[in-house]
Ligand binder design. Structure first.
Ligand SMILES: *Cc1c(COP(=O)(O)O)cnc(C)c1O
Length: 394
């Protein structure tokens, strides 16, 4: 029997990232419950961590998120172009960022310092106040205004506010070690600086309705960081922000399932070298299955012995991941033409296999965030909605 007989009739969907919107909505509801009465901002930067910006934005808003968070003004403009009008915050700018478009499209802007006069001047030209969230660097050392310059920033903002050029909506900051709950003193210190910054802003006459500092790990480990608004990213996608706790234990459901089909299956002798560099040799006569996903699809080249579900069984990748493909040693007799034939269903992580992006992250020395957000545009996204899977019209 030749493995060609197993080629499925439908050639479509031979590589696909299935996005389960029922699970996405579930995660939003769970997180909303955790943080109430704080509001929930769903962070949809980087194409919604690889899940698809517009479809994800629609579902999270429907499920109860009241804000969207993105990094770039360009990302926020994509939301507006799709007709999404919810409050939206964009927080990382560079010279050249189109603040005029942001103000015109009612996009809230994070401000760390240098942006403020630029934003005020476009607001003046347009005759529309810009809505801003001032960012204090409470310790992360990345974006945000250092405490030493905070008074100055706040005073400048107060002056622009009196001139009707800006309206301060919030003060925000980002946490460095909330994913390591045992390092609570570091979080305590960041929170202390944060509360000081809010107090100074209010003293200078700024209205600060939305204090926001919590990311996914802080949402779970530090209720005292929830304040008025939380910014949830990885957790909404059903992934755990902690190294030692899986998403399922947190009550979250994975949203992305990465699937393909076996692209080749062939017998090889003992000692067969596999893939570039021959990092792997078969230890016995066996069969090799070829998986048509590689680093151009976002599979980390550095991954070693990563788990792969084929037709109900979990195997391990062997040898180097190439640009378009990698190999699995099936550890079966070369005569076995029934196991993992060409066309057999493959899942790298997702709902069928129970494997998580975190398993792939472990095999590649990285975090689940990077695994999902790097799945490239060569992998089509298939969006599955509750009314489809539950058979309800809608
Ligand atoms: C990405 C990001 C978040 C979301 O972080 P998660 O750990 O994914 O919840 C929140 N705030 C800022 C400023 C971010 O850049």
């Amino acid at each position: 029997m030749s493995s060609a007989e197993f080629i499925p009739e439908a050639p479509d969907g031979h590589r696909i990232a299935v996005i389960n919107h029922a699970n996405l909505a579930h995660n939003i509801r769970v997180i909303k419950d955790w943080v109430a009465p704080a509001q929930l901002m769903a962070v949809v930067k980087a194409d919604a961590y690889g899940h698809g910006l517009i479809p994800v934005a629609r579902t999270v808003l429907e499920a109860g998120a009241s804000w969207l968070g993105v990094v770039l003004v360009e990302e926020a403009l994509q939301l507006r172009a799709a007709g999404i009008t919810s409050p939206t915050l964009a927080w990382l700018h560079a010279p050249g960022t189109d603040f005029a478009q942001a103000v015109e499209h009612n996009i809230d802007l994070g401000v760390s310092g240098w942006e403020l006069p630029y934003i005020a001047s476009v607001a003046e030209q347009m005759g529309t106040p810009a809505k801003i969230h001032l960012k204090i660097d409470t310790g992360l050392g990345r974006n945000g205004c250092v405490p030493e310059q905070w008074e100055d920033l706040v005073k400048t903002a107060a002056r622009y506010q009196q001139q009707g050029l800006i309206r301060t909506v919030g003060v925000f900051s980002h946490l460095a070690v909330a994913d390591e709950p045992e390092r609570e003193e570091d979080v305590d210190e960041q929170l202390r600086v944060f509360h000081w910054a809010v107090e100074r802003a209010r003293t200078h006459g700024l209205t600060i309705d939305l204090r926001n500092i919590a990311n996914s790990p802080a949402i779970l480990s530090r209720p005292d960081t929830h304040l008025d608004l939380v910014r949830a990213g990885v957790a909404i996608y059903g992934l755990s922000p902690f190294a030692d706790r899986c998403a399922e234990d947190l009550g979250l459901r994975p949203v992305m399932s990465l699937r393909t089909r076996v692209a080749n299956n062939k017998p090889v002798p003992k000692g067969q070298g596999v893939s570039y560099g021959y990092l792997y040799h078969t230890s016995a006569p066996t069969r090799l299955a070829l998986i048509p996903l590689g680093y151009a699809d976002g599979i980390p080249r550095i991954a070693r012995e990563a788990p792969v579900w084929i037709d109900g069984t979990i195997y391990r990748s062997c040898g180097r991941v190439a640009m378009d493909q990698f190999v699995v040693d099936l550890h079966i007799s070369p005569e076995d033409t029934v196991t993992a034939p060409v066309g057999a269903e493959v899942e790298l992580f997702g709902e069928r296999s129970g494997l998580s992006a975190a398993h792939w992250a472990q095999s590649a020395g990285t975090i689940n965030y990077e695994i999902v957000s790097r799945i490239s545009q060569r992998v089509p996204r298939q969006h599955i909605y509750p009314h489809v899977s539950e058979g309800i019209d809608g």
